[in-house]
Design a protein around this ligand. Structure first.
Ligand code: RP5
Length: 160
């Protein structure tokens, strides 16, 4: 199976990345995590993206906060699908990162999930890989069914 590459702009983004890695682990999807910043370590971020396909990655996830250009910078250097996670910072509550990540000009797409949406970023990455992987698609179906059952169990237990 192709790997998921996860890049975060700073170790302060780690709690959000943890949600993604937990989800990938649960689905048995191999991944690799790096701290590469679009502005602090631009060469390393670029090199990772340029070589990602040859290095066995199928999807990339890029998480950053504030003026969050990391996902766009990664996407500029690969035609692998790139999923952006806007991370919430203390000043503008993540709206800065959301707009910086989602508003990509035509030609370089970034599939942007919710602010701090590490779990959905991993699920979207899994769904992309599952297009060509029936076993993974089956695991995703099972997860959906288990999640639905958990909601219905809460519904049945309601006593208010
Ligand atoms: C971005 O700036 C990072 O992705 C992080 O979300 C934000 C703040 O970084 P630190 O100052 O915490 O390293 O580059």
């Amino acid at each position: 199976m192709k790997k998921v590459g996860i890049i975060m702009g700073s170790d302060s983004d780690l709690p959000i990345i943890q949600k993604a890695t937990d989800t990938l682990k649960g689905l048995g999807i191999p991944y690799e995590v790096h701290i590469y910043s679009a502005h602090r370590t631009p060469e390393q971020a670029r090199d990772f993206a340029v070589n990602a396909r040859a290095n066995g990655f199928g999807v990339l996830i890029a998480a950053a906060g504030m003026a969050a250009h990391l996902a766009g910078a990664i996407a500029a250097n690969t035609t692998l699908p790139v999923i952006g996670i806007p991370c919430k910072s203390s000043v503008l509550d993540g709206m800065d990162a959301l707009l910086s990540t989602v508003m990509m000009p035509t030609g370089i797409p970034v599939a942007t999930v919710a602010i701090n949406g590490g779990g959905n970023a991993a699920l979207l990455a899994a769904q992309i890989l599952a297009v060509e992987d029936a076993e993974l698609a089956d695991k995703l179906d099972q997860k959906r069914a288990a999640d639905a059952a958990a909601v219905l169990a809460k519904d049945a237990a309601l006593d208010i």
